[in-house]
Design a protein around this ligand. Structure first.
Ligand code: PGA
Length: 253
């Protein structure tokens, strides 16, 4: 009943014409893969051009084959915030999605649980679908604190999750698995996904999609996506290649 969602986080790659080209290739592939929702998250500089191209392809096909996400935003409406971009600006650029609280934002840009939770709420208020990331570090896993950390991060956004009425997508991304080639085993990921689902309020539990992220590749996607509480993937490195990303889409289908 939960449609699988595969989202590609391009990080700081493909900001210009190459981004539009990659998104067009992904859109063509996604249009032929049934029963899977697909989203790409280009850098800010390519957002409007990618969104425009996707909407043109959507007009030809009669439906939009992919969604477009921003990778971040700043949770104020406007003001003296040099270098920042608001949720409304993202929506005006033609995006419907936004990644919030990615571990690189938490670690490199000092985003706290409270700040991330605020962003989830502001994204919803602006009509964007948040992809809300949580995950433990290697030290935290080593200390046996995985569930404590992940559930603390999820619970910090409780109000926003309620306001989102099941539309907030949660992405469980163990920090030690991101860009390292080490992914959680399907059973380990499933255990965390099940715990996250159980921690959600009853009305959200069955509706909320929980993605796995961290070194998802064409050859490990099917096993991860076959777990009962894994509703899709947030893919970094492997989303930069249309053929490989397409293989992950097909694994989800
Ligand atoms: P990765 O990145 O697939 O390259 O590990 C995932 C992410 O950071 O979202």
């Amino acid at each position: 009943m939960r449609t699988k969602l595969i989202a590609g986080n391009w990080k700081m790659f493909h900001g210009g014409a190459s981004g539009v080209e990659l998104a067009a290739e992904v859109a063509r592939i996604a249009a032929r893969v049934p029963n899977v929702e697909c989203v790409v998250a280009p850098p800010f500089t390519a957002l409007a051009a990618v969104a425009q191209m996707v909407s043109e392809i959507g007009e030809q096909l009669g439906h939009r084959p992919i969604g477009v996400a921003a990778q971040n935003f700043y949770p104020e409406e406007k003001g003296a915030f040099t270098g920042e971009i608001s949720a409304r600006m993202i929506a005006e650029a033609g995006c419907h999605w936004v990644i919030v609280g990615h571990s690189e934002r938490r670690q490199l840009f000092a985003e706290t649980d409270a700040f991330v939770a605020k962003k989830v709420g502001v994204a919803i208020e602006n009509g964007l679908h948040p992809i809300f990331c949580v995950g433990e570090t290697l030290e935290e896993r080593g200390a046996g604190a995985t569930l404590e950390v992940v559930l603390r991060q999820v619970n910090a956004a409780k109000e926003a999750l309620t306001a989102g009425k099941g539309g907030v997508v949660i992405a469980y991304e163990p920090v030690w698995a991101i860009g390292t080639g080490k992914n959680a085993t399907p059973a380990d990921a499933q255990e965390v996904h099940a715990a996250i689902r159980a921690a959600l309020e009853p009305s959200l539990r069955e509706r909320t999609r929980i993605l796995y992220g961290g070194s998802v590749k064409p050859d490990n996607a099917a096993a991860l996506l076959g777990q009962p509480d894994i509703d899709g993937a947030l893919v970094g490195g492997a989303s930069l290649d249309a053929a490989g990303f397409g293989a992950i889409l097909r694994a989800a289908s």
